[in-house]
Design a protein around this ligand. Structure first.
Ligand SMILES: [Mg+2]
Length: 220
């Protein structure tokens, strides 16, 4: 093994937990500005919009205001964004992550990020989390041109001129991290964290945190 690829959300930091907190803070900020609805009403409407549009849709709060019939939405959208961002500055990686990454780097492994989503949003997380310096490169679906799939991983392998047998993918989601990486011929480690922590896995190893990673990778 030479190269280790990591997913970000619920692999390097508690993303599910953060998203809930950030959304609640956004809603509270809107209500505090005099929106005229209760927090729980607004929050459940927001969740419906997120479910319908997906979490990467950039205009959740605009749509929320429209559905609530807000005539002059700027104040509330601004409040929501401020509430959301104030939560973001407080995010931290899972407690063992920095130590494990720096150990792996010291042992000579090359570390990468392989993730779905928008490049700007994913870099934003890595920088706020203080994790950017650990990685040789960051591969985001937006730049690669396809969501995580066997093709996504093959494109990365081609870029790096590497054989899949020298690579391992570490992630929390079976169908996005484990299945496609395996299909591309890479070894896989499933992290049992966040809202997808249950369910069967075809990964080579399953872990509850990243601490056992070094010993496992030696065995692969
Ligand atoms: Mg994930």
């Amino acid at each position: 093994m030479k190269r280790i690829f990591f997913d970000i959300d619920d692999t390097l930091f508690p993303s599910s937990q953060f998203a809930e907190k950030a959304r609640k803070n956004a809603v509270r900020a809107m209500v505090e500005q005099g929106l005229g609805y209760r927090e729980d009403e607004v929050y459940s409407k927001l969740l419906k919009i997120i479910r319908k549009k997906g979490s990467n849709y950039p205009r959740h709060f605009d749509l929320l205001c429209r559905e609530l019939g807000v005539k002059r939405p700027a104040r509330y959208i601004a409040a929501a964004i401020a509430g959301y961002h104030s939560t973001k500055t407080g995010i931290l990686p899972y407690p063992e992550v920095k130590k494990v990454l720096s150990l792996l780097k010291k042992k000579g492994y090359k570390l990468y990020v392989a993730t779905n989503g928008s490049s700007l949003k994913q870099w934003d997380k890595l920088i706020i989390l203080g994790l950017a310096p650990y990685f040789e490169d960051v591969f985001v679906s937006e730049e690669i041109g396809s969501e995580k799939s066997a093709a996504f991983f093959r494109k990365i392998l081609k870029k790096l001129r590497e054989r899949p047998g020298n690579c391992v993918m570490v992630g929390d989601r079976e169908e996005k991290d484990i299945f496609p990486a395996k299909k591309a011929g890479m070894a896989t480690v499933r992290v049992l964290r966040g809202k997808y922590r249950s369910g069967k896995s075809a990964a080579d190893f399953r872990v509850r945190n990243l601490k056992p990673l070094r010993d496992m990778i030696k065995k692969l």
